[in-house]
Design a protein around this ligand. Structure first.
Ligand code: FAD
Ligand code: EPU
Length: 338
């Protein structure tokens, strides 16, 4: 049964720890709850915000509508030959799913260890870390169409995955609630250890034949050393995307700044490390009012306590302007601004 609350604080529901309120708040635990919700007056009369773990949002004001927390639980596994399909409810905590897969010897997700948030949000921006993206393990997802009240299945090709991007951030933005995701994993070990930091730690520990448990542990270690823990300092991970620019533009940049950090990003394109660009502008580890950037990773904006979303947003504008003046590169926000 749907329980509706009014005027509730969203502090526990956003990892930035921004103090705003939702006019209405509901939590759903089954896909069928969505049918009931869609028939309710509060749904028909209000704008809707879908929320998982709130780890990729910045609230800049109270939400004058209905905030819907998706908490559909459950993990189901189907093993066939060397492949396994794992189905997880949208409300499953992403890292719980990763741990479940690693413990059961299902390979493919271990590089995505410790990413905060829920399974339902994972396809939205095609989460990625340490050489793997969600798209590499995605089979399909089930979603509820708000306009019609029907459930629909999206296969890989329908999702248009790209770096921190999918159809759900573009053409279909705000139109579907993801209820379940089906992942294809492997029972035979397929390790992805190409990321520099993983290779260094494997070499340091003389691990020549890593298991998925080794990779998961190493990724967790790297992440803890670089990223702030939202339970102690508010943040939403990388605030900006790593910019992708044309190779010709990159060559000019490289000429002016030979140390610029870059990666190949497909035909004629180059991806830049936004953290490096921001650090070069003198922003790493600084505090400005109640906000700032993390001491070990300039790409992460933090709430030092009591920051408003507007304050964090203005600080992000200052970063965008400064990086643009110095490097001629326009940073795009990765976090969803509300
Ligand atoms: P929310 O923040 O609740 O929502 C994010 C967006 O998805 C919103 O637009 C929301 O409306 C939509 N949404 C959520 N659930 C659903 C649903 N069921 N159906 C439809 N739409 C939905 N991200 C990475 O990719 N890689 C990283 O390495 C990484 N590291 C991070 C480290 C830290 C410390 C933090 C705080 C964040 C990090 N992130 C990273 C960002 C974040 O973890 C991911 O974006 C994650 O997928 C967000 O999940 P969530 O459930 O918290 O989503
Ligand atoms: N760097 C700096 N200064 C900084 C930060 C980074 O010089 O302050 C340099 C590093 O030395 C490194 C390069 O930039 O050479 C890349 O840094 P890192 O490996 O930390 O990764 P990133 O590109 O900054 C991306 C993702 C992260 C993900 C990591 C690991 C984006 C926007 N961010 O960060 O995702 O965990 O790679 O794969 O793509 C997130 O999305 O919230 C997130 C944390």
């Amino acid at each position: 049964m749907l329980v509706l609350q009014e005027n509730i604080s969203l502090i526990p529901y956003n990892t930035f720890g921004i103090d705003v309120k939702a006019r209405f708040f509901a939590e759903i635990f089954t896909p069928e709850d969505l049918v009931e919700l869609r028939n309710s007056a509060v749904f028909k009369e209000n704008k809707l915000l879908i929320l998982g773990g709130g780890s990729n949002v910045l609230f800049t004001e109270d939400y004058e509508g209905l905030v819907l927390k998706v908490s559909i639980p459950g993990i189901v596994t189907e093993i066939s030959d060397s492949q396994v399909v794992v189905t997880a409810g949208a409300g499953v905590i992403w890292n719980d799913l990763v741990n479940y897969c690693v413990e059961n010897g299902f390979a493919g997700m271990e590089n995505l260890t410790l990413i905060p948030g829920t399974v339902g949000a994972s396809p939205i921006q095609n989460i990625g870390a340490y050489g793997v993206e969600l798209k590499d393990v995605f089979e399909s997802c089930e979603a509820f169409e708000l306009a019609t009240g029907e459930f629909k299945k999206f296969d890989y090709s329908a999702c248009h995955f790209a770096y921190r991007d999918s159809v759900f951030k573009n053409e279909l933005k705000g139109q579907y609630i993801i209820t379940r995701v089906n992942f294809k994993l492997f029972t035979r070990i397929r390790i992805n250890s190409q990321y520099g930091a993983i290779q260094s730690l494997l070499a340091e520990r003389r691990i020549t034949h890593p298991t998925i448990t080794d990779i998961s542990k190493i990724v967790a270690e790297i992440r803890v050393s670089k990223l702030p823990d939202p339970s102690t300092i508010g943040n939403a991970g990388s605030f900006f995307k790593n910019p992708i620019i044309e190779r010709a533009e990159f060559e000019k940049l490289k000429h002016a700044f030979p140390a610029v950090i870059s990666y190949p990003a497909g035909e004629g394109k180059v991806k830049l490390a936004a953290g490096w660009l921001i650090e070069q502008c003198g922003f790493k580890g600084i505090t400005e009012g109640h906000t700032g950037t993390w001491k070990n990773q300039a790409l992460v904006l933090v709430n030092h306590g009591g920051a408003s979303g507007k304050e964090v947003y203005s600080f992000s504008e200052k970063i965008i302007d400064t990086v643009s003046s110095k490097f001629g590169v326009k940073l795009e926000r990765e976090v969803n601004i509300l």
